[in-house]
Design a protein around this ligand. Structure first.
Ligand code: WQD
Length: 331
């Protein structure tokens, strides 16, 4: 199939483009390069030996998005483009609501104009808010009080209503847990601008000596060792989950958790990283980060039963692959 991938030069999007190309699909990428680099395109081509068409595009610009669709006949879209830093979203909520909601509505509107009826939306476990783990797709959406999570929940509702009003429209909503790691080539991976918010890129930068030590946010949570527990999933497992969702897409609305179903604490991840890469990660315990929940992990049965997909790579592989990318990465 010929697929438009918005946000396709980003950490998650670039890995899905590799998986799509490896599965024999054609890929067109639209990205504004606000939080990614155009070099990623060359690296995707090196990994897959396939050509990609790229448009540097602000996804809120309907004319620009329409122009892309007028040049191609798409069988479907996978929509990653969006601002995604929780902390930043609290500081500039209007930017987040405008960018993340308008870009989705523009894309859905242009899909309707060009009769493109397969839509895969990149959502997040954040929409489950403070529900009890394991999170199930049938749970009520309770986004935690951060505008980023709210935009994910709102986009889910907008797209669900569009699908319900249009029987030809097929929508797959994929709720990610904590994607980490990198493609085994070490050519693409997670390279956040500035000081990393997320755990794994912070750990890899400590390993590289760019940062002095890891601050462990809270060590009195009701968890195995007092530190926060998350369901980390290898980004290539996540990518293969997208291909499975796209290839199994039928009319209507389908929601899937993409996780491993296993929780890992901060200290367990640090230990796994040290074992996988034979590098010590110095850390200090500091106060909990506001807005963090103690523990979350996915119920993964639905994707397994309906898509025939499960995550295969373990935490050691995630740590090893994340470090390989960091070692190769040049600013
Ligand atoms: C993981 C654990 C922290 C950094 C976020 C977004 C979510 C999604 C994934 C987009 C927690 C602890 C972290 C550090 C630490 N993004 N930690 N020291 O917060 O679970 O999820 O990224 O969809 O929407 O909220 O991921 O990697 O920031 O934190 O101790 O320097 O690591 O407290 O327990 P999080 P994270």
């Amino acid at each position: 199939m010929n697929i438009l991938v918005t946000g396709g030069t980003g950490f998650i999007g670039s890995h899905i483009c590799v998986a799509l190309l490896d599965a024999g699909h054609q890929v067109v990428i639209a990205d504004n390069l606000r939080n990614s680099k155009s070099q990623t395109l060359d690296r995707i081509k090196v990994i897959t030996n396939k050509e990609i068409t790229f448009y540097e595009t602000d996804m809120t610009d309907e004319t620009a998005v329409d122009n892309i669709f007028s040049n191609h006949s798409f069988d479907g879209v996978i929509h990653f483009a969006g601002l995604k830093a929780v902390g930043e979203s609290v500081k500039i909520p209007l930017t987040y609501y405008y960018n993340n909601l308008v870009s989705t509505m523009v894309l859905a509107k242009v899909c309707q104009k060009y009769n493109v009826n397969r839509f895969v939306f990149s959502s997040s476990a954040t929409v489950y808010g403070d529900n009890e783990s394991p999170f199930k797709e049938t749970m009520e959406l309770l986004p935690r009080t951060n505008p980023y999570g709210e935009t994910k929940a709102m986009n889910e509702r907008i797209l669900t209503d569009i699908a319900r009003a249009n029987p030809d429209f097929s929508l797959s909503i994929l709720r990610y847990f904590n994607p980490i790691g990198a493609h085994e080539s070490g050519l693409i991976g997670e390279a956040p601008n500035g000081i990393p918010n997320n755990l794994m890129p912070y750990v890899t930068q400590v390993a590289k000596g760019k940062l002095e030590k890891l601050r462990v946010f809270g060590n009195n949570y009701p968890t195995v060792d007092g530190t926060g527990v998350r369901d980390y999933i290898h980004v290539m497992d996540l990518a293969e989950g997208h291909v499975a969702a796209l290839e199994n897409l039928t009319e209507g609305v389908h929601v899937y958790n993409l996780g491993t179903g296993r929780g890992t604490s901060v200290l367990e991840l640090v230990k796994a990283f040290e074992e996988a890469n034979h590098i010590e990660i110095p850390y200090e315990n500091v106060d909990p980060r506001p807005g963090d929940i103690a523990s979350c992990h996915a119920d993964v049965m639905k994707a397994k039963q309906q898509l025939g997909w499960t995550a295969k790579r373990d935490i050691i592989a995630m740590c090893r692959d994340a470090w390989r990318f960091e070692k190769n990465f040049k600013e």
